[in-house]
Design a binder for this molecule. Structure first.
Ligand code: NAI
Ligand code: MG
Length: 491
């Protein structure tokens, strides 16, 4: 109980307003000591293994398979058989039933999956619970709705499934990226070999149990775990018809080179360095919330994060002051605490990358601000950070940091804002904060970004296509557009 303080005739108030710990229980999750690969509806004992940890405590959670070329080959074989043995010729309405089932089971087991996501990946439970899980279920619901309507989606184009899809996903939204990949693939009648990222395999492995509950036919979805070598084996495999990749631009480029001339279909969703552009006529407090959500959500491990803040010069000072004050209220710590705003950095490697870029920012002459906060001793942590006095040429204004680090730049006119926003090799997303609808449209037409948010940021919906320009990749996920990469057309 909080200590209460009485002051004269006024109502008693707590002496101390700090938050008490509010940990979510881990009890709901039952972990196996060891996991194999999910191939043809069965668990395949892995030839090689590694350990997966919790980035918040560095404790080992389970032993995981590191799939070899032979194991990948078996998974592709299982997917090919399932494709030929009926899945591809099943009526769309039948495929939809499985997708609806998966969506409902994800909802029923959402707490279990959310706790596991936070445990293995380090993201705050309030985000896995309120963002990752609802969106993952929504994605399956949405594509379930398309499964029997493909001919109406693409009239007179005779859409047919592509075959076996190889899908490689990152660690920032493990289950959600799985949903983005698997839902449209199955809706279109393909089968799948999916590889989660090496640091976050656990929700994908628990998802295999969701598939068992949904009674999805064996081999329609196969999950193999492992690092980039496993990913490369999937990309390489001669019997895979389509590759869908989300991850770094560097690996995306390597995959594109690897696939050149192979005839395999490819979609790439790569990095970003989004501009979040704030005009002086915006609702300032609302914009501050949007800026915070834009860059500190999921520790900034977000490809579309608003990592470059472009502020109109006339409001620079009040905005930066408000932003710094707001940063002081962010609670950094235990991902499983329901009051945590910023959780653990996903891996030591990622932490080192953030530290290196932040050091470069200070060296190049930017001014750093971090609110006072006590970081836990064990695990990987980085305090929310703002850089001011940033020049466009600095590395922190050019390179994807993929951490809770914001670079602030200024502009005077809308033209200058557009020019600075587009001055990046990337083009995944952008944000515009202004009271004027006409200005929003004017900006949206000129920003070279796949998504432009207006007076909001990091908002996702399965019906809205997502994807990049330039080095952010090509192809779209979500919406009607998200079906196309999983279909071939007789034209
Ligand atoms: P990564 O691109 O190496 O990893 C993403 C996925 O690709 C993982 O499943 C990984 O095992 C797999 N992979 C790695 N090498 C591969 C290869 N040669 N062939 C096929 N698959 C391969 O990204 P990493 O190293 O985890 O992070 C490095 C940086 O990439 C981050 O700091 C961030 O800037 C960016 N990134 C961007 C993401 C996005 O959502 N666009 C997601 C993750 C990272
Ligand atoms: Mg890598």
């Amino acid at each position: 109980m909080t200590d209460l303080e009485r002051k004269h005739d006024r109502a008693p108030v707590p002496r101390d307003w700090t938050y008490a710990p509010a940990p979510e229980s881990r009890e709901i999750v039952r972990l196996d000591e060891r996991y194999g690969h999910f191939v043809g509806g069965e668990w395949l004992e892995p030839a090689e293994t590694y350990e997966t940890i919790s980035p918040a405590s560095e404790e080992t959670l389970a032993t995981i398979g590191q799939a070899t070329r032979e194991e990948v080959d078996r998974a592709v074989g299982a997917a090919r058989s399932a494709f030929a043995d009926g899945w591809s010729s099943l009526p769309g309405s039948e495929r939809a039933k499985y997708l609806f089932r998966i969506a409902r089971i994800l909802q029923e087991r959402s707490r279990e999956l959310a706790v596991l996501e936070s445990l293995n990946g380090g993201k705050p439970i309030k985000e896995s619970r309120d963002v990752d899980l609802p969106l993952a279920a929504a994605h399956f619901f949405y594509y379930a709705g398309w499964a029997d309507k493909l001919e109406y989606a693409f009239p007179n184009r005779a859409p047919r499934p592509v075959g076996v899809a190889g899908q490689i996903i990152p660690w920032n939204f493990p289950l959600l990226m799985l949903a983005w990949k698997i839902a449209p693939a199955l809706a279109c009648g393909n089968t799948v070999v999916l590889k989660p990222a090496e640091t976050t395999p656990l929700t994908a492995l628990l998802f295999c149990d969701v598939l068992r509950q949904a009674e999805l036919p064996a081999g329609v979805v196969n999950i193999v775990t492992g690092d980039g070598r496993t990913g490369a084996a999937i990309v390489d495999h001669a019997d895979v018809d389509k590759i869908a990749f989300t991850g770094s631009t560097e690996v995306g480029k390597a995959i594109q080179r690897q696939l050149a001339g192979s005839g395999k279909k490819l979609t790439l969703e790569l990095g970003g360095k989004a501009a979040n552009i704030v005009f002086d006529d915006c609702a300032l407090d609302q914009a501050v919330e949007g800026i915070v959500n834009g860059i500190y959500f999921n520790q900034g491990h977000v490809c579309c994060a608003g990592s470059r803040l472009l502020v109109q010069e006339s409001i620079y000072e009040p905005l930066v002051e408000k932003l710094k004050r707001r940063l002081e209220t962010l609670r950094v710590g235990d991902p499983l605490d329901k009051n945590t705003d910023v959780g653990a950095i996903n891996s030591r490697m990622q932490l080192e990358k953030i530290q290196e870029l932040v050091a470069a920012g200070e060296e190049e002459g930017a001014e750093i601000y971090q609110p006072p906060c006590r970081l836990p001793e064990k695990g990987y942590w980085f305090a929310p950070t703002v850089f001011t006095n940033v020049a466009q040429s600095y590395r922190i204004a050019q390179e994807e940091i993929f951490g809770p680090v914001l670079s602030v730049l200024t502009f005077r006119t809308p033209e200058e804002a557009v020019e600075k926003a587009n001055n990046t090799p990337y083009g995944l997303s952008a944000g515009v904060w202004t009271e004027k609808g006409s200005r929003i449209l004017w900006m949206a037409q000129r920003l070279r970004a796949g998504v432009v948010w207006a007076n909001t940021f990091n908002r996702f919906d399965p019906s809205s296509p997502f994807g990049g320009y330039k080095e952010s990749g090509f192809g779209r996920e979500g919406g009607l557009h998200g079906l196309e990469p999983y279909l071939r057309f007789d034209e």
